[in-house]
Design a protein around this ligand. Structure first.
Ligand code: DP6
Length: 360
């Protein structure tokens, strides 16, 4: 199913005059990073992620059928109960992009109510979880209109729609691990949507992710700008080839339950992402001095204890600490005594690998 035309409804649907639905979706953390895209979030290299559990967006959508079809869907958005017009441009762009695949949306006016489980100003991007909830709610409406479509196709289409909002959102639909981007090592993988990957050894399906909030502010350079800077990047082709090779290696590491191999590869991958930022034109630096301190301490701790505490980074200063559940007691003590001090206002978020979307 590597053809986007597959996602265009081709049959006559039911008339649904009003419908309300509520979904909760988690954020995710990439182990192999998506960095560089062709238009509309077609990734330049495949990525692999852990789906998270606690960092979630919950969104309810109310669809009201209107008499005349519209060119642009009329929306109203509330965030934490208050009108949030500042979210409208992003959601409008998303809806416009998905209209060819969800033309029935032209018949509705949509009211959106959304909340995040994590603080808005935490430096944790909510676009992945938020876009996944919107896609899920729209697919739920689609289910009422076209009840005969297969459930498996619906999940793929949900990820497909979410991707059109934000690339990494394609990976927030299912869990515990998701592959997104075509790769010969995974025959069912696609550039158009994420797929659940269940072959990892059990130890990785319960991994912890404690997020150290080094900087709770907005990122200086958005991911969209960062992706664009890969277009004329001198190392772009090598980077894409590197990510493809690491993808294959990581799947083997995950299948074998090789936690040492996991630490080495995942950390290298995080630093390779930031190396792209350091060497783009213009260059930029998202790590803070405390990010580097944490990285040094994590490496020292792993060497002296033999435990499997591992760091990864997204496009920001915050640090995701990954470790197996059976080591959590000791590692959590170390985080509290030695690492928490590097966080802004001592704030961190305890999360773990999760399963994806939930209907509320
Ligand atoms: C560094 O998905 O936020 O977190 O597709 O432009 O919305 P857009 O970008 P986004 O990029 C995520 C970049 C990353 C790596 C990753 O999640 O794979």
């Amino acid at each position: 199913m590597n053809d986007k035309a597959h996602f265009i409804p081709k049959i006559e649907g039911n008339v649904v005059s009003s419908f309300q639905t509520k979904w909760s979706a988690p954020s995710n953390i990439a182990l192999i990073k998506y960095w560089g895209k062709k238009e509309l979030q077609i990734p330049c290299n495949p990525s692999v992620s852990f789906t998270l559990d606690q960092c979630r967006t919950t969104t309810s959508l109310r669809f009201q059928r209107i008499m005349d079809k519209q060119d642009h869907v009329s929306l109203s958005i509330r965030y934490e109960g208050n009108p949030a017009p500042y979210f409208e441009p992003k959601v409008k762009t998303f809806i416009d992009r998905i209209l060819p695949y969800a033309p029935y949306l032209r018949d509705y006016k949509i009211q959106i109510d959304t909340v995040n489980s994590f603080p808005h100003s935490s430096g944790i991007a909510s676009s992945a979880s938020a876009m996944a909830t919107l896609a899920a709610a729209i697919m739920d409406l689609e289910k009422q209109i076209y009840p005969s479509l297969a459930a498996e196709d619906r999940i793929k289409k949900c990820s497909f729609l979410a991707r059109l909002g934000s690339g990494s959102a394609a990976r927030s639909v299912e869990g515990p691990l998701v592959l997104w981007g075509k790769h010969t090592a995974s025959p069912n993988s696609s550039d158009l949507y994420g797929v659940r990957w269940t072959k990892a050894a059990d130890v990785f399906k319960t991994y912890r992710d404690t997020i150290l909030l080094v900087d709770k502010g907005q990122k200086e350079v958005s991911s969209t700008v960062g992706h664009n800077l890969m277009h004329n990047h001198p190392f772009a082709e090598n980077r894409f080839a590197q990510a493809k090779a690491r993808y294959r290696d990581l799947l083997t590491i995950l299948e074998m339950g090789d936690m040492d191999g996991f630490s080495d590869l995942v950390e290298l991958e995080a630093l390779s992402l930031h190396a792209m930022m350091l060497t783009s034109s213009p260059y930029y630096i998202l790590m803070h001095p405390n990010t580097i301190q944490i990285i040094q301490e994590v490496r020292r701790y792993r060497k002296t204890t033999g435990l499997h505490l591992t760091f990864t980074l997204d496009a920001g200063a915050n640090v995701h600490l990954l470790y197996p559940a059976h080591e959590a007691e000791k590692v959590d003590q170390f985080i509290a005594s030695d690492l928490r001090k590097y966080c802004q206002d001592n704030e961190l978020i305890y999360d773990r690998v999760g399963t994806g979307l939930k209907k509320v």
